[in-house]
Design a protein around this ligand. Sequence first.
Ligand SMILES: [Zn+2]
Length: 334
Amino acid sequence: MQSDKLRPSPIVPTIDLDKQGVQHGFLRLPYSRDDSAWGSVMIPIAVVRNGTGPTALLTGGNHGDEYEGPIALFDLARTLDPGNVSGTVIIVPAMNYPAFRAGTRTSPIDKGNMNRSYPGRPDGTVTEKIADYFTRELLPRADVVLDFHSGGKTLDFVPFAAAHILPNKVQEAKGFDAVRAFSAPWSMRMLEIDAVGMYDTTVEELGKVFVTTELGGGGTARAETVAIAKRGAMNVLRHAGIVGGRIEHRETRWLDMPSGDCFSFAEDEGMIETMIDLGQSVAEGQVIARIHPIGRTGIAPVEIPARMNGLLAARHFPGLVKPGDCVAVVGTVD
Ligand SMILES: [Zn+2]
């Protein structure tokens, strides 16, 4: 997968990643185009380094229409006091920066979904080049990695931090410890429906402690979910021993995604009627949503039943759905 024969990344940081103190700069990715010959994509990065100690890599904007992470991380980059840091905090508030600027999930340049582009390629698309830089340059520096997600424009989630079930149980336990420290209202033992190409998978294969989140959605952010993101980032840094002070623990409830039965997908197009709201309990067979045909009157809606007992952890966001859309995710409560 990664061989020594790979060419160097074309990305050049405008700051010295090893320098002490606070630095604000860019990952400069050459991208020649109609409106900018010899131009570049300028991805904001901040590094706060003080002495020796562990390194945390904090990212948002892996998908460009998810806002809790970027809000919390632009804020943290501006406010984190290096005097309170022992080690290094690398902050990239918007990993897929072209997507973030466009307010879209994927990149407007190459349609790249950042979280399906790992481990990336130094000679690939813009999205693949960013992924490759993280894989070969930033991730090897990190001990703990926090990547913020939310539902974006098409999903909405109960706010949770998550780690994955892993073959290495020591690594897995460290991930769940960090999730507990994050202290979101919900904590998830996560199952991926399509783990190939994910940042998560690359980070975990490198043996790093990895925490991800889903903190809301709908292509916006709420005061509550932003507060969860800000507190969670600081808590993970405290838990890693990089930032001083006490972890601000909050009550959290654990959710599991034990199988693919968690997910419900639309097989019809139409207008979706949510029958229960996020965070409410559901029983297997209970109708969680109905899809109304919108071509004419007089036709009964299609009912979508829950495929297991649990709680509604995520739902489709906009009012219209089409076949294949993820309609609902049910988590089981511990
Ligand atoms: Zn996402």
